[in-house]
Design a protein around this ligand. Structure first.
Ligand code: C2E
Ligand code: MG
Ligand code: MG
Length: 559
């Protein structure tokens, strides 16, 4: 373990050769072989010279060999020296090879083989070492989380080998800019982490480094005759030496904070750096509470349908309602779908949420005059469910609601996903008598060919064009173009966002539209709609008992 730690801290320092073997430890040498060798040499030095002179004299001058035993002992002594030396040399080589193999195994366990950076496993230890050393030197540690932007797209476009080349070159560029003794690791994929020590208060130097990292990463990479351009988002977090926080805690905190800052850099437009701010942690906390609130709210029935009137602009008659979800949150009040729908989609509860809303809406709408339609918005995620059409039909059967009164609104973004699936879904829904509207038309770049191949029943002009009619010349041009498109394709049009009489009058110039907007009333709760319909004799059941002033109405009434 101690050896592994030595190894880590040594290799985490940039600029050193990571493959250099560590010196042999004394304890690992063969003590026995060394002992034999030393004893044999001592014996040879102590007695060898006098014995040798006897032997030489007996051979050269023919003197009688006084002690043949001594001569044999000398030969044995020399043999021992040779044996001992050879054994010692052999063992030293063997140990050396074993150490080298261990070194390589350690290296592979602690580094990323592609880029030579540290890997995720060894990162914590390396950062903790850096934190301890910097605390001793009175320095601060800055941690940067670097994530390449749209790396997956580049990988898909140019292939995985090109992706590897990008990672190797990016690591080389980052390494080239970091100060000595910095830590550089690749966390897997396209994420790098680096940490360096800085003198306290030297924020400008860190920001300068971060800006240079952004620049270096963004330089084009030439590979196999193609040029790859990629950028990186950097999150920065700074940790001051604190005696009450362990190096491990500080390392984890820095990594978490730099991660949050990196997401902020992505959100801010990518190819930039961003410092951690305590507000980000609060935002994260708020977000996780919000997510929990949505999950619990679905189970507790806190999501309720509101309804917005849809009007025939020519006759001024009410034709139906669009169901718009609201969250009656005990904590946050009445929450807009623009806030909770994207989160519900992300956390995977949109299908359950939408199903419960549609179920409630069908029960509500069953009491309205049968001439009134009900429009519901469907998320692109729900359209990916191969059982969606069946689920919807089941809801209709359960509520005993005629499919011809139901209109499904899907946005243009649905069409970008899987056109074939959407087409078959639309077709099967239409076969059941349900109508399909293309919502927010004009904002999602759907092509005319898509419009032609998908059997929509209606298009809804996005409210951004409608509510700026009369103020913005482009809007008039767009509305006029959509109007003639609708006429050409025989598709009726609904205009959303009619806020005042001026827009209403302006729209009348372009054709016979249906419309909805604040001019006719803001979205209302089921009870309010019921009350208003009752006043106009547009309910098929008696009005709410909550309003005793109103007279009872007969059952089926015609609008
Ligand atoms: P949308 O389907 O385009 O709904 C119209 C939005 O425009 C509604 O916002 C409505 O309140 C608003 N609006 C209506 N008239 C006017 C006006 O005159 N001026 C202005 N400025 N706005 C007007 P809301 O209720 O906040 O809904 C926003 C979006 O959330 C909806 O846009 C729809 O895409 C989505 N949404 C609502 N309910 C659901 C749902 O149950 N499921 C799904 N998947 N999406 C839903
Ligand atoms: Mg809609
Ligand atoms: Mg819309």
């Amino acid at each position: 373990m101690a050896r592994a730690r030595d190894h880590r801290s040594r290799h985490s320092e940039i600029g050193q050769d990571p493959t250099a073997p560590a010196p042999l430890k004394r304890a690992e040498r063969d003590v026995v072989a060394l002992g034999i060798l030393v004893a044999a040499i001592l014996m040879f030095v102590g007695t060898g010279s006098s014995v040798m002179s006897h032997i030489v004299r007996s051979y050269v001058f023919g003197e009688a060999n006084s002690d043949a035993m001594l001569g044999n002992a000398l030969i044995l002594n020399i043999a021992l020296i040779i044996f001992g030396w050879r054994r010692y040399a052999e063992l030293t080589r063997e140990v050396g090879e074993r150490r080298k193999a261990e070194e390589t195994a350690q290296l592979l366990a602690h580094t990323d083989p592609l880029t030579g950076c540290l890997n995720r496993r060894s990162l914590d230890g390396a950062i903790e070492d850096l934190i301890r050393r910097s605390a001793a030197a009175g320095e601060d540690v800055v941690l940067a989380m670097i994530d390449l932007d749209k790396f997956k797209r580049s990988n898909d476009l140019h292939g995985h080998q090109a992706g590897d080349a990008v990672l190797v070159e990016t690591a080389r560029r980052i390494r080239g800019l970091l100060p000595e003794r910095s830590v550089l690791a690749r966390l897997g994929g396209d994420e790098f982490t680096c940490a360096a020590a800085f003198a306290p208060g030297h924020l400008a130097a860190i920001e300068n480094l971060a800006a240079r990292l952004n620049e270096a990463i963004a330089l084009p990479i030439a590979w196999n005759g193609i040029t790859i351009e990629i950028t990186g988002s950097i999150g920065l977090a700074r940790g001051e030496a604190a005696p009450d926080v362990t190096a491990q805690e500080q390392s984890h905190r820095l990594q978490h904070r730099a991660d949050l800052a990196m997401y902020q850099a992505k959100k801010g437009g990518r190819n930039r750096y961003c410092w951690f701010d305590p507000g980000m942690e609060q935002e994260l906390q708020f977000r996780s509470e919000f997510e929990r609130g949505i999950r619990e709210g679905v189970l507790r029935g806190e999501f309720v349908p509101f309804y917005e009137k849809q009007i025939d602009l020519e006759s001024g008659e009410l034709t139906g309602f669009e169901m718009l979800a609201r969250w009656r949150s005990p904590r946050h009040g009445l929450v807009s779908p623009e806030v909770f729908i994207p989160i519900a989609e992300e956390i995977g509860v949109i299908a359950d949420l939408s199903e419960s809303l549609i179920r409630q809406a069908l029960v509500d709408a069953r009491e309205w005059n049968p001439a009134l339609s009900l429009s519901v918005n469907i998320s692109p995620i729900q359209l990916r469910d191969p059982w969606f059409a069946q689920k919807l039909l089941k809801l209709l059967v359960e509520a005993n609601f005629p499919p011809s009164r139901l209109d499904i609104e899907i946005t243009e973004t649905c069409l970008h996903e899987n056109l074939a699936v959407v087409r078959s879904l639309i077709t099967s829904l239409r076969n059941q008598g349900i109508t399909i509207s293309l919502d927010d038309f004009g904002t999602g770049y759907s092509s005319l060919s898509q419009l032609r191949t998908l059997p929509f029943d209606r298009i809804k002009i996005d409210r951004s064009f409608v509510s700026s009619l009369g103020k913005n010349k482009d809007s008039s041009t767009i509305v006029e173009a959509i109007s003639s498109l609708g006429k050409g394709m025989d598709l009726p049009i609904t205009a959303e966002g009619i806020e005042n009489g001026r827009i209403h009058d302006e729209l009348r110039k372009y054709g016979n539209f249906k419309g909805q907007g604040y001019l006719y009333g803001e979205p209302e709760s089921a009870e309010d709609v019921r009350r208003a319909l009752a006043e106009q004799n547009l309910l098929v059941t008696p009005p709410l008992p909550a309003d005793p002033a109103k007279p009872d109405l007969p059952h089926a009434v015609n609008g």
